[in-house]
Design a binder for this molecule. Structure first.
Ligand SMILES: [Zn+2]
Length: 257
């Protein structure tokens, strides 16, 4: 993909001089992205500081629980992005553009789901007995009117995304050090829900759990790792990404500062 194609899907400006941008683009199982005749549910692309583009990883289209799904608590797989946070930058302070919540959703429930999702990685929340400590911390700093942009403010919002992307996580970096991270959910092309058991729409907390794994420094996984939070396929009603699996815990322990 070209720089122009990436910026159009992500609806973001190219990074400024000296800064790179890692784009984790997740496409839902119902609407994969087709590139050159092949279909994908997740693509990780890196825009380097010189604006050259690298495709870092891709997950072929398929069923959310498809393939030989490995067990959540026994699958040790993880893939670092190669970029991580400095210990000096903990906690990662984030803000929510609450006014961007889709009109059919409660702003307050959506904020609650996002705050809950931000506790999953720092708390190593998991159904598995493994209890690796993850040295990663978030701090919620309240509301913002800012949108996705390299501006030294980590924000979460709903907004426009191209080509049917469900959610995109943006990580700006210098060398291997993460400088800022923003997260945008597709506001208009899909339905969102915060209701337990809601099967017809995308669960905010579930998608957020996966995207925040990208913020920690983990990349998407393909088959047969369907039991893990970092598995790169997301479907309507899914909630299983809210419980970290064995590989998620190991990976976060490895890449956290
Ligand atoms: Zn992903």
């Amino acid at each position: 993909m070209t720089l122009e194609q990436l910026l159009d899907i992500a609806r973001v400006d190219a990074p400024p001089a000296g800064v790179g941008l890692e784009l984790h683009m997740d496409f839902p199982t119902e609407n994969p992205l087709t590139v050159g005749g092949a279909a994908f549910n997740a693509i990780t692309a890196v825009i380097n500081p010189d604006h050259s583009v690298e495709m870092q990883s891709a997950v072929a289209a398929g069923a959310a629980g498809g393939g030989s799904e490995a067990e959540e608590c026994t699958d040790p797989a993880f893939m670092p992005t190669g970029r991580s946070w400095n210990a000096d930058d903990m906690p990662v302070v984030w803000r929510f553009r609450r006014g961007s919540t889709p009109p059919e959703n409660s702003m307050y429930r959506t904020q609650g789901a996002l705050r809950d999702a931000h506790e999953i990685w720092p708390a190593s929340r998991s159904r598995c007995t493994e209890n690796d400590r993850i040295d990663f911390a978030y701090e919620f700093a309240g509301l913002t009117a800012k949108t996705v942009k390299y501006d030294h403010t980590n924000i979460v919002e709903f907004g426009p995304l191209g080509s049917g992307a469900l959610a995109i996580n943006y990580t700006w970096f210098s060398g291997t050090r993460i400088l800022e991270t923003d997260l945008r959910f597709n506001r208009t092309d899909y339905g969102w829900t915060n209701k337990p058991g809601g099967q017809k729409k995308y669960q905010v907390v579930n998608v957020a759990a996966h995207e925040l794994g990208h913020q920690v420094g983990l990349d998407d996984l393909s088959d047969p790792h369907g039991g893990l939070t970092m598995f790169g396929r997301i479907s309507r009603g899914e909630m299983k990404k809210t419980s970290l699996g064995s590989g998620d815990l190991r990976g976060a322990g490895r890449v956290s500062p």
